[in-house]
Write a protein that binds this ligand. Structure first.
Ligand code: NAD
Length: 235
C-alpha cells in the first residue's frame, strides 16, 4: 500500500481525490494538506500548509493547488525522495524548469489535464495540425467562473501540440461562465471548410481518477519526468 500526501486537499479537485481514493486498496492517505488545516477532512490526517515539513512518511504526493503553493510541495518531495503527481496549472517557466530538475532525483508527472480523452485529443490535434499547415488554428476553452488562469493549462498544452505540428502557436479564446467543468475546441479553418476537435468534461471526477491512476503507476517508476502518455501507455 502506497502512502499518499494530498496537497490542496480542500479544493474542488482535492476533495474529489480524497473521496475516490478512500476505497482504493493500493493507496492510503498519509496527510491531507490544506491552507488552514481546519476543514474537518480526514480526521487526524489534516495538516496546515505551514506545517508541511512535519508530514508523516509518504511515497507519492498528489498536488492540485495553486502556483504559489507548488514550490513547497515539490521541495518536500525531493527532500523525502517521494514521487510527485501534479495537476496545478498556471506554473511559470522557472517552476517548470525546477520540475525538470527535480525529475533527476524523483519521478514526477505533471499534466495540465488528467482525462484520458484529452490525452487522445492531444495526439489527434498534433496529427491534424501537421497535415493542414496552411490553415488557421484557434483554441477556444470554457471553464467555471472560479478558474484563475486563462488560457487554461489544457489549452496551452494543446497549443504546444499544434505548434509542434506546424511551427507556430494558435490563437486562444477563453470563456468563464457558470459551473462549466472544462471544454476545449481546437478549430482548424481552411478556405471553404473547417475541422473542429472537441473535448467536453462533464464531471471533474475524471481528472481525479486519472491522477489517482497516475499515483499508483508512478509509485513503481524510477526518477524521471513523465506524462499521461507514458502512464496510459500511449507512447
Ligand atoms: P480550488 O481553488 O478549488 O483549490 C485549490 C486548493 O489549493 C484550495 O483548497 C486552496 O486552499 C489550496 N491551497 C492554496 N494555497 C495552498 C497552500 N499553500 N498549501 C496547501 N494548499 C493550498 O481549485 P481546483 O479547481 O481544485 O484546482 C486546483 C488546481 O488544479 C488549479 O491549478 C486547476 O487549474 C488545476 N486543475 C487541473 C486539472 C487537471 O486535470 N490537471 C483538473 C482540474 C483543475
Amino acid at each position: 500500500v502506497t502512502p499518499v500526501l494530498v496537497h490542496g486537499a480542500s479544493g474542488r479537485m482535492g476533495r474529489s481525490i480524497l473521496r475516490l481514493m478512500e476505497p482504493m486498496p493500493d493507496l492510503a492517505l498519509a496527510a491531507a494538506v490544506t491552507r488552514s488545516g481546519r476543514h474537518g477532512l480526514a480526521p487526524g490526517l489534516e495538516l496546515p500548509s505551514e506545517r508541511l515539513g512535519e508530514c508523516p512518511e509518504f511515497r507519492v504526493a498528489i498536488d492540485f493547488s495553486l502556483p504559489d503553493a507548488f514550490d513547497a510541495i515539490m521541495s518536500l518531495c525531493v527532500e523525502r525522495k517521494a514521487a510527485l503527481v501534479s495537476g496545478t496549472t498556471g506554473l511559470n517557466a522557472s517552476q517548470d524548469a525546477a520540475l525538470s530538475e527535480a525529475s533527476i532525483h524523483i519521478p514526477v508527472l505533471w499534466a495540465a489535464n488528467f482525462s484520458p480523452g484529452v490525452a487522445v485529443l492531444a495526439e489527434l490535434v498534433e496529427r491534424a495540425a501537421a497535415a493542414l499547415p496552411g490553415w488557421d488554428a484557434d483554441i477556444i476553452e470554457s471553464h467555471h467562473v472560479h478558474k484563475r488562469d486563462a488560457p487554461s493549462g489544457t489549452a496551452l498544452a494543446l497549443g504546444a501540440r499544434v505548434s509542434k505540428g506546424r511551427g507556430h502557436e494558435p490563437h486562444y479564446a477563453a470563456l468563464r461562465a457558470g459551473d462549466i467543468v472544462g471544454e476545449h475546441t481546437v478549430q482548424l479553418s481552411g478556405l471553404g471548410e473547417r475541422l473542429e476537435l472537441i473535448h467536453r468534461a462533464t464531471d471533474r471526477d475524471i481528472f481525479a481518477r486519472g491522477a489517482l491512476h497516475a499515483a499508483v503507476w508512478i509509485a513503481g517508476q524510477p526518477p524521471g519526468r513523465y506524462t499521461m502518455k507514458d502512464c496510459l501507455g500511449l507512447s
